[in-house]
Design a protein around this ligand. Structure first.
Ligand SMILES: NC(=O)c1ccc[n+]([C@@H]2O[C@H](COP(=O)([O-])OP(=O)(O)OC[C@H]3O[C@@H](n4cnc5c(N)ncnc54)[C@H](O)[C@@H]3O)[C@@H](O)[C@H]2O)c1
Length: 387
């Protein structure tokens, strides 16, 4: 069993989540590869030092450039704001390191293409952290679809609704700044639903979207930010990204769909969800009830027909590796740990992981098309990757 050393860049919201996942993945899954949490990096030295201690890394550093080409580093884990993903990932891949990269993969399609090209040059394993697809209930939805249990898919109705952006007094963090985030709600959370739609339904052929910014200026942040929140100053700044996007979709396989994404939906904290309607049944998922998959099968007896709930447990994908009783409760760290298991397994098997940089690039193409349609009001075709 080969031991791989991890360098994690960025100690914020995701730095913490990846730190826990990398610590527990061998306990939960008997990881296929032994990993050591070697170095944690943050531009803020105090954060880096504290994180090394609190999250359990052997060392800390303040400049990712000093770390990623070290011969004793095997995996680079990118948990920094979006504008840093491309430079870190390209340098890491060129140095022959496997790359786990938080989503969205890049700021632009051009950056995503350069990241994929760098990874293909050295053949490293890549993964983009569209973690929700690893949720056992969502994987169960995929199993039901692949087995034909809902017949042929007719329509996909996806959404990702949050409410932390609805308050105009929330400061202008990097997530509201195009230069650091690339796009707003669409890149931040919409890309997760796009990932789920590609996984469950198929490739997007074209999109037609309305893209809106509801709160055009916000108070500038006072001090440092962690995750989506932080303190506000009295000075205002311009928001130059989207707050919401409503998209109609034509899939290449003839399925039709819609996706609604907003961070301005009071009462919806982290509501990623979808319904899929097929010729023989329907499937519904809501991440805020991530242990539940709702299904309705046309073949059920008429007097008992209707939606019913499957509770995640040992009979669903990965459930046997988690807790032995259905309904016991899986959570965000379970999902992040499955993500890390899948990444490490791909490295161990010398195969590609999913979703990888090719998937990330295709999601960037779709996101860019949605923004273009929001500007010009037309249906925009999506470039398809060569097989
Ligand atoms: N998959 C998910 O569920 C999920 C959830 C939240 C965030 N994200 C993604 O994770 C990434 C990080 O988001 P976050 O919420 O953790 O942000 P955050 O603001 O909480 O933390 C970012 C950290 O990166 C550090 N940093 C910034 N530039 C750096 C650099 N050049 N070198 C080293 N450290 C640097 C900051 O000091 C900060 O500590 C983003 O791409 C975001 O979209 C994914």
């Amino acid at each position: 069993m080969k031991k791989l050393n991890v360098a994690l860049i960025g100690t914020g919201f995701m730095g913490k989540a990846h730190s826990i996942a990398t610590a527990v993945v061998p306990i939960l899954f008997g990881a296929p590869i032994e990993i050591e949490r070697k170095v944690i990096v943050d531009i803020d030295e105090e954060l880096a030092r504290n994180a090394a201690h609190q999250y359990g890394f052997a060392e800390y550093a303040t400049d990712w450039r000093d770390v990623i080409s070290r011969p004793d580093i095997d995996i680079v884990d990118i948990c920094t704001p979006n504008d840093t993903h491309a430079p870190i990932a390209i340098a890491a891949a060129k140095a022959g390191k496997h790359v786990m990269c938080e989503k969205p993969m890049a700021m632009t399609v051009a950056d995503a293409e350069a990241m994929l090209a760098a990874a293909r040059e050295t053949g490293v394993v890549t993964m983009v952290s569209y973690n929700y697809r690893h949720t056992p209930a969502l994987q169960m939805a995929k199993r039901l679809i692949d087995e034909g249990r809902i017949g042929d898919i007719l329509t996909f109705r996806g959404h990702y609704l949050q409410d932390w952006g609805a308050d105009p007094s929330k400061p202008l963090s990097w997530r509201f700044n195009k230069a650091q985030a690339g796009s707003g709600t669409l890149g931040d959370i919409g890309t997760h639903v796009i990932d789920a739609a590609r996984l469950l339904v198929g490739e997007f052929a074209s999109v037609n979207a309305i893209v809106k910014t509801f709160i055009p200026e916000r108070p500038l942040p006072a001090g440092r930010f962690f995750g989506p929140s932080g303190a506000a100053s009295s000075e205002m700044g311009k928001v130059d990204v989207d707050d919401a996007a409503l998209t109609m979709i034509k899939f290449t396989n003839g399925v039709y769909g819609t996706i609604e994404v907003t961070r301005n939906a009071w009462g919806h904290h982290n509501q990623l969800g979808f319904e899929i309607h097929g010729t023989r049944g329907s499937i519904a998922f809501d991440y805020q009830r991530l242990n539940e998959l709702r299904v309705a099968f046309a073949d059920d007896p008429a007097d008992a027909f209707g939606f019913r709930t499957i509770y995640s447990g040992p009979n669903q994908p990965f459930g046997d590796k988690l807790w032995p009783v259905a309904g016991m409760g899986q959570g965000y760290i379970d999902i992040k740990s499955i993500e890390w298991y899948n990444f490490l397994k791909a490295i161990a098997d010398n195969t590609s992981a999913a979703p990888n940089f090719a998937d990330g690039l295709q999601i960037e193409r779709i996101a860019e098309a949605i923004l273009a349609s929001g500007e010009n009001g037309n249906w925009v075709n999506i470039e398809q990757s060569a097989a």
